[in-house]
Design a protein around this ligand. Structure first.
Ligand code: NAD
Length: 293
């Protein structure tokens, strides 16, 4: 009889990482070093973005980081937002800066992200940090792919030589994930996206399947190989008759895929908390590089 799949418990692993960071912050304080400081920019009043930023701030509090939250109305001009980024770039006290995406349509997200100093870009979104993955230069890894890599490592899942299929080729998740799995972990990588013909013929070949599309329930049981490791990055709010008015759903049909998988991430509680843990690790790294080198 097939054994139950292992749940890749991102919430637990992220909790372990936060405890490690907290100890590190206490050590820094004892040695007279500065405590890492994360600044977050939030534009507009989108409910999901507010929740994501709130969770990031909560994590900073938990590990003992300093933090600043800069909130701007939806109507802020691009020039004013770029000026705000400039001020944080120049602020000696701030080690890391994140700008919560998406931004309103009248503001270029690409322009704003590229404006962040690469040494403070703790989401790892700038071209400088993106390029660092493929050239293996020291840089700041994109938070979500870095979190997934760390989650797989902490569960001692073999990656080297395995076939990793990634569904989604976005600049912030799918594309850097493919580079990390290929250049850093030596997996054989296939990247699929919205224009991939016969998606299932690729996903069925995956030893490790990573899905980041934002299409709830896209991956069904008949699309995966028996014993595959399944990582679900997607988070969509689906209207529901409950107190919050919605439930969170991933890109994978969890209940039907679970019996075929060897390991699987839940949504919520899988990749999400690992992204926040990576953000904290990146901020710690950025702070060390600025103040201890
Ligand atoms: P995106 O919209 O930028 O990219 C979506 C990608 O999915 C594109 O490459 C597109 O080609 C592909 N795609 C869309 N529909 C598809 C289909 N039917 N078949 C195959 N490919 C398809 O999105 P993103 O920023 O990469 O985010 C993807 C999902 O991951 C979203 O649900 C987002 O909320 C979530 N996300 C979660 C975390 C986390 O920490 N858990 C972090 C970032 C993003």
């Amino acid at each position: 009889m097939k054994s139950e799949p292992m749940i890749l418990d991102g919430r637990k692993v992220a909790g372990d990482i936060q405890a490690e960071i907290k100890t590190e912050v206490e050590n820094l304080k004892q040695q007279g070093f500065k405590v890492p400081h994360l600044a977050a920019i939030l534009v507009g009043d989108d409910g999901a973005s507010q929740t994501y930023v709130k969770n990031k701030i909560k994590a900073c509090k938990n590990v003992g980081f300093e933090y600043s939250l800069l909130q701007y109305p939806e109507s802020i001009t691009e020039a004013k937002l770029l000026a705000a980024v400039d001020r944080i770039n120049e602020d000696e006290d701030v080690d890391g800066l994140i700008v919560q995406l998406p931004l309103p349509d009248h503001i270029s997200g690409v322009k704003v992200i590229e404006h962040i100093s690469s040494s403070k870009d703790v989401d790892g979104f700038t071209n400088e940090n993106y390029g660092a993955i493929t050239s293996k230069r020291p840089g700041i890894m994109p938070a979500t792919p870095f979190g997934i890599q760390e989650l797989l490592k902490r569960y001692k899942i073999q990656i080297k030589g395995k076939h990793c299929v990634i569904v989604g080729n976005s600049r912030t998740v799918g594309a850097p994930m493919s580079s990390i799995m290929s250049f850093h972990e030596n997996a054989t990588v296939t990247i699929c996206h919205i224009y991939t013909e016969d998606l299932a013929s690729f996903t069925r070949l995956a030893d490790i399947l990573i899905v980041a599309t934002g299409k709830p329930g896209l991956i069904k049981a008949d699309m995966i190989k028996e014993g595959a490791v399944v990582v679900d990055v997607g988070i969509s709010r689906i209207e529901a008759d409950n107190e919050r008015g919605y439930v969170l759903k991933g890109d994978v049909e969890f209940e039907e895929v679970k019996p075929k998988a060897s390991y699987i991430t839940p949504v919520p509680g899988g990749v999400g908390p690992m992204t926040i843990a990576s953000l904290l690790l990146n901020t710690l790294k950025a702070s060390r590089q600025r103040h201890q080198s």
